[in-house]
Design a binder for this molecule. Structure first.
Ligand code: PMV
Length: 356
């Protein structure tokens, strides 16, 4: 943090690094202002992350947001436009101080932009954490409080729904579940205290089957759920699975974890295939990898599971103790299915870190 109160205006700055997350029970379908149609549960990752530095300088003569935006060391009009619109929407209701100053944002990712890894979860959560931190400096609120994390989660959600789960370490649930006190559609809830040791060091090796931009965006996919005849059953199923998965995460129950996680991945893609118009985001390589993972698990008894995001890349989830055996399997059988042999090795992580 810095607060220069020298000669001129008040000036504050901060920086936050926030990770991406991988959904185990998927958020797919939304309403109103980025509210989910079902509960979702995710692991917070560690390697795929966004670093965002903010500095804000008071300008009492100003009554509208003034923004300077730098992405990976240079101007980026497309990203800047998206961030500007987002900030304009949240300034009045959540951060009125932004109007009377100049905001400068410098942001970069730990992974290449076109790597096939979604950056919106880490980008929006890093921005939200930094904005909430600035607010605590300006208003004197308590930094790092659960109220601050809750607000950061809500702000992240408004930027990109699934981003709201990235502000908590280890694992998070987003969406109201009657059986879980404190769960909400407005923000995510950290599950770290409820997660068994075996999952805290879980691996997520991401097979980059294709780094290409997907043919149907997540927003278009969410919108197509509106006409999907299976939607009501799906939302009910997801809530039931979320409750069961939380119990499995607590108990260290790998079999239930693996079954729900894989079923969720295939359900997500089945929903895409039965949308109108239908579409398929998996590639041949995705399917081959899935079949090989299942065969490996049957033959070795090693709890290696897969999940998929809204794209062709396959996430491999497994406990730390099997790292060596799984790595050998990946190198021999799965690496050849990947674009230029590309694999991103990630792990369950500790959530946002202040870096200023
Ligand atoms: O947060 P969005 O709008 O990009 O949607 C994310 C949807 C999935 O990644 C497919 C699932 C999830 O819960 O993260």
């Amino acid at each position: 943090m810095s607060n220069s109160t020298g000669q001129g205006n008040l000036k504050y700055s901060t920086g936050w690094q926030c990770p991406s997350n991988i959904a185990l029970v998927k958020y797919w379908g939304k309403h109103s202002n980025q509210l989910p149609n079902n509960a979702s549960v995710s692991f917070t990752l560690s390697e795929a992350a966004t670093r965002t530095f903010l500095s804000w300088e008071e300008d009492l003569g100003s009554d509208a947001l003034k923004l300077k935006f730098i992405f990976e060391g240079r101007e980026n009009p497309a990203f800047e436009g998206r961030i500007r619109r987002f900030l304009e929407n949240i300034t009045e209701p959540y951060f009125p101080f932004l109007k009377s100053g100049h905001l400068s944002i410098e942001t970069s990712n730990s992974f290449p932009h076109s790597s096939g890894i979604a950056s919106s979860a880490s980008a929006m959560s890093a921005l939200a954490m930094a904005l909430c931190d600035l607010e605590t400096m300006i208003t004197g609120m308590t930094p790092g409080s659960s109220a601050m994390l809750r607000k950061a989660s809500l702000i992240s959600r408004l930027g990109s729904g699934s981003a709201c789960r990235s502000v908590y370490q280890t694992a998070a649930i987003w969406g109201e579940l009657p059986s879980l006190a404190g769960s909400s559609d407005e923000w995510a809830l950290g599950l770290s205290q409820e997660v068994h040791q075996v999952f805290r060091s879980f691996h997520d090796d991401i097979l980059i089957i294709s780094p290409e931009e997907k043919s149907v965006s997540s927003s278009a996919g969410h919108a197509l759920m509106e006409g999907n005849p299976y939607a009501p059953a799906r939302y009910k199923q997801a809530n039931e699975r979320a409750a069961k998965l939380i119990a499995a995460l607590h108990d260290g129950d790998l079999d239930t974890f693996g079954k729900i996680t894989e079923d969720e991945a295939l359900t997500l893609h089945a929903l895409m295939m039965c949308s109108d118009p239908s579409y398929i985001l998996m590639k041949e390589g995705s399917l081959s990898a899935i079949n090989l993972v299942r065969q490996f698990r049957t033959e070795t008894g090693i709890p290696l599971y897969f999940t998929l995001d809204a794209g062709p890349n396959v996430h491999l989830l497994y406990p730390d103790e099997y790292e060596e055996k799984v790595s050998r399997f990946i190198s021999s059988f799965l690496k050849p299915l990947c674009h230029e042999g590309r694999i991103i090795k990630d792990k369950v992580g500790d959530g946002p870190v202040k870096i200023s």
